[in-house]
Design a protein around this ligand. Structure first.
Ligand code: F0G
Length: 409
């Protein structure tokens, strides 16, 4: 590990790296790990296999024995020619984060944050979640032998995610209300009971793991920078961590430029997209957000200052998509490319379609859509599929039924 400090994202004041808490003690701003990269060269990591820990010099873990891992990262960057043709793009790639051990990108951050929790001597971990963070934390805390408590919005978490949390033995508290309520409760709990270590994306160590998404994209493209990277946005941890990753690779002269970052939100859960489109410097939280993409059903995203800065610095933008557009994009990706993602992940594809139609993405651009979670996480989508896709019901009792079946095929 190279030397780093924890700094306030707003006032740049340093916090001690042990027991820093999750907000700047002076101004209440978000914290960020800063590696001093001046004069540094790229480490000799080319022969290491693609994974989160390939980049361990740039991860804030002091001792290798602290690392708790389930083999995260190293996900595929898939060239999508058939879908690209449909969207009018020559170079479209999907970085499929559903290939991570618990089926979502959260594992990148979790392996680092749980390793840090171990290094800090923590025994109990806590998070609020729309489902994937909870599933990931439940798995990693089981692996680390820690106690785990997750707060989720009651009745609004996809079935696969609840199954994961339960299977890994975490304690589930179902909170009446939405994610924002669950998060506020988790914050208060962590404040009252100091032995509970908060693992939401307010935890700067988690975002350090998540930045490896950008490192991998750069490596998989042989250090060429894509023009545009499109991600779903909920709390905004992933898009801002990815931007940090692209920035660090540029500082190390591994890449020459940085891509444009585009965030996609669901139409009725879009505080960040609304602020970006309105050129506002702050977001206005949304009361009672709604979308079929339950993973990103968030009205008051905690990382908004980092997201607005990443989008502005990168000359990017944000877009909104409807539930129908999300479901259509989910099916397009599955049928044209064999990649099955959950609805929240499909927002990146749905958003790209809209941006192509409005001319904000050009046919010649190299575009990466990040798909953040596996399709099996949310089986409820089956009920939303057109009947023509869910199959025929045929009882085969005699030859005439077989003849009928043959005619259908
Ligand atoms: N995609 C999926 C599948 C997610 O689960 C999330 C966030 C996001 C995108 C958005 O990422 O918050 O970094 O902007 N899920 C969180 C959770 C909120 O609790 O699992 P973000």
């Amino acid at each position: 590990m190279w030397h780093y400090t924890l700094q306030c994202f707003e006032c740049q004041r340093e916090s001690p790296t042990r027991e820093a808490g999750f907000r700047c003690k002076t101004c209440g701003g978000l914290l960020e790990a800063k590696f001093d990269l001046a004069g540094r060269r790229k480490p000799s990591w080319d022969r290491r296999h693609l994974s989160v820990w390939k980049y361990r010099e740039l991860l804030p873990i002091e001792r290798e024995e602290s690392i708790i891992s389930l083999a995260e990262g190293g996900t595929g960057l898939h060239r999508c020619q058939r879908l690209g043709r449909k969207l009018g793009l020559r170079k479209l790639y999907v970085k499929n984060e559903g290939e991570n051990p618990t089926g979502s990108f959260k594992d990148r951050g979790m392996t680092v944050a749980i390793s840090k929790a171990k290094e800090l001597g923590k025994k109990k971990v806590l998070c609020a979640s729309t489902g994937n963070t909870a599933a990931s934390l439940a798995a990693y805390s089981a692996r680390a032998g820690m106690e785990c408590i997750v707060l989720v919005p009651k009745g609004k978490v996809a079935g696969g995610k609840l199954l994961q949390v339960t299977m890994h033995g975490a304690r589930i508290i179902q909170v009446k209300g939405d994610f924002d309520k669950a998060f506020a409760t988790a914050l208060e709990l962590a404040d009252r009971r100091r032995e509970l270590y908060l693992m939401n994306s307010l935890n700067p160590y988690r975002l350090e793991g998540q930045k490896t998404l950008a490192f991998e994209i750069s490596d998989q493209l042989d250090s060429k920078t894509p023009d545009t990277v499109i991600l779903p946005v909920g709390n905004g941890g992933n898009i801002s961590a990815s931007w940090k990753g692209f920035t660090e690779f540029q500082q190390l002269s591994i890449t020459k430029t940085r891509p444009r970052m585009i965030g996609i939100q669901a139409e009725k859960a879009a505080p960040i997209a609304t602020a970006v489109k309105g050129k506002e410097s702050k977001i206005r939280p949304i009361h009672d957000p709604q979308t079929i993409a339950t993973a990103i059903r968030i009205g008051s995203p905690v990382n908004w200052p980092k997201v607005l800065k990443a989008i502005k610095e990168s000359k990017g933008t944000a877009e909104t998509v409807t539930d129908l557009e999300i479901l259509q994009a989910q099916r397009d990706l599955a049928t044209l490319e064999g990649i099955f993602v959950e609805p929240a992940s499909a927002t990146s594809i749905a958003g790209l379609k809209k941006l192509r139609a409005s001319g904000k993405v050009d046919p010649s651009e190299t575009v990466i859509c990040v798909t953040t979670g596996h399709g099996l996480k949310d089986p409820s989508v089956l009920e939303r599929l057109p009947k023509s896709r869910t199959g025929y019901n045929l009882e085969i009792t005699d030859r005439s039924d077989l003849d009928a079946l043959e005619r259908i095929l």
